[in-house]
Design a protein around this ligand. Structure first.
Ligand code: OSB
Ligand code: MG
Length: 367
């Protein structure tokens, strides 16, 4: 199809619970939405970049700049664009996976809406509902335990705790004592060095599903060494930037589990390739999260319905993040699961009122 316009919309959506990053505490999620129009169809994508380059080199204003200056112009100049061909069209732009993923999702959504097919079906979903976990930030232990209790009561099937040096064994012990049978895992967001292997091995007695991204993004050999010194499985998040890197990580023994985030790998089509690389080696994957609105969440839930996604994802319900989501049908937890959308494209409908109230700026790019 021929893309007529690319709209870049920044919204600020109030978070129900503050979210801490290395740069401060967020009370609103600052999000870049991408809308493409083609003939009489529109498609929506969501960029998962944060306001600061703390999780990844990308940040939301930078993603908007590269979309405006380099990515959207290539799409608008092309006589015809397909989601499958977008990777090659955008390949001259090095990096910027989150910006590319947002544009790809918008194009995929438009294309699938035209054809009346769901994203889930297109990606290869085999489930109608997906098993959900929840990621809990670092809080004083009493507050942390109260939050975990509430999420368990709400029906979440597994809980992920954030850890860092000085906040690891104690929170895990506190939560494990209260919930002996809870599926529990931790995420260090690259906060350790391999020198801390003994400290991380001290988590082994707590029967964790995994330790996510203990070491630096580029330290695959360190993760392989750590994997030999702890019994808890290592999962990689930040390190897995493509299907090719996933193959390398698995060949090196750097991880036994992979967190798949479409934004981190450049889009949902590459995310499927990461899934395929892992599935071919019987390595379980799960769908990560970046505090998405219903747009990105719908796509994540579709992805999480693929066969290799055998572990609960950070695909929590909309109300874990937002009192009012930007879509008309927010995702609601039912017995610890979310329902995979079946409508055309992502299957969700943007609520124009919520969107207008949350909008900070809109720029429309045309050929
Ligand atoms: O490391 O998985 C992560 C959120 C923002 C950036 C990185 C991560 C996370 C989460 C929260 O863990 C996942 C979610 O609830 O969306
Ligand atoms: Mg993580």
């Amino acid at each position: 199809m021929k893309i007529d316009a690319v709209e870049l919309r920044r919204i600020a959506l109030p978070l129900v619970a503050p979210f801490r990053t290395a740069f401060g505490t967020l009370t609103d999620r600052d999000i870049l939405l991408v809308r493409v129009t083609a003939d009489d169809v529109e498609g929506w994508g969501e960029c998962v970049a944060f306001p600061d380059p703390g999780y990844s080199p990308e940040y939301v204003a930078g993603a908007q700049a590269v979309l405006r200056e380099f990515l959207a112009p290539r799409v608008l100049a092309a006589p015809t664009v397909t989601a499958a061909g977008l990777g090659n069209l955008l390949a001259p732009v090095v990096g910027h996976p989150m910006a590319k993923a947002a544009l790809e999702l918008a194009v995929l959504d438009a294309e699938l809406r035209t054809g009346g097919r769901s994203l889930a079906e297109h990606l290869g979903a085999v489930r109608t509902t997906v098993d959900c976990g929840v990621s809990v930030g670092m809080f004083p232990l009493d507050e942390l335990c109260a939050q975990v209790d509430a999420y368990v009561d709400a029906g979440y099937h597994r809980v992920k705790l954030k850890i860092e040096p000085g906040f690891d064994v104690e929170p895990v012990r506190a939560v494990r004592e209260r919930h002996p049978d809870l599926a529990l895992q931790v995420d260090a967001n690259a906060a350790y060095t391999v020198g801390a292997a003994d400290r991380l091995a001290a988590l082994d007695p707590f029967d964790l599903l995994m330790i996510e991204q203990p070491l630096a993004e580029d330290d695959l050999l360190g993760h392989a060494e750590l994997a030999r010194r702890v019994t808890t499985p290592i999962c990689l998040d930040e390190s897995i930037t493509s299907a090719s890197v996933a193959e390398t990580a698995l060949a090196l023994g750097a991880c036994r589990i992979v967190n798949v985030k479409a934004g981190r790998v450049g889009g949902y089509l590459e995310a499927v390739r990461v899934h395929d690389v892992c599935a071919a080696r019987s390595v379980p994957v799960w769908c990560g999260g970046m505090l998405e609105t219903g747009i990105g969440r719908a796509a994540n839930v579709a992805l999480a319905a693929l066969p290799g996604f055998t572990l609960p994802g950070d695909t929590s319900a909309s109300d874990r993040y937002y009192a009012r989501d930007v879509v008309t049908d927010p995702f609601v937890l039912d017995d610890g699961r979310l329902t995979v959308p079946t409508g055309p494209g992502t299957g969700v409908t943007v609520d124009p009122e919520v969107l207008a109230a949350a909008t900070i700026s809109v720029e429309t790019l045309r050929a």
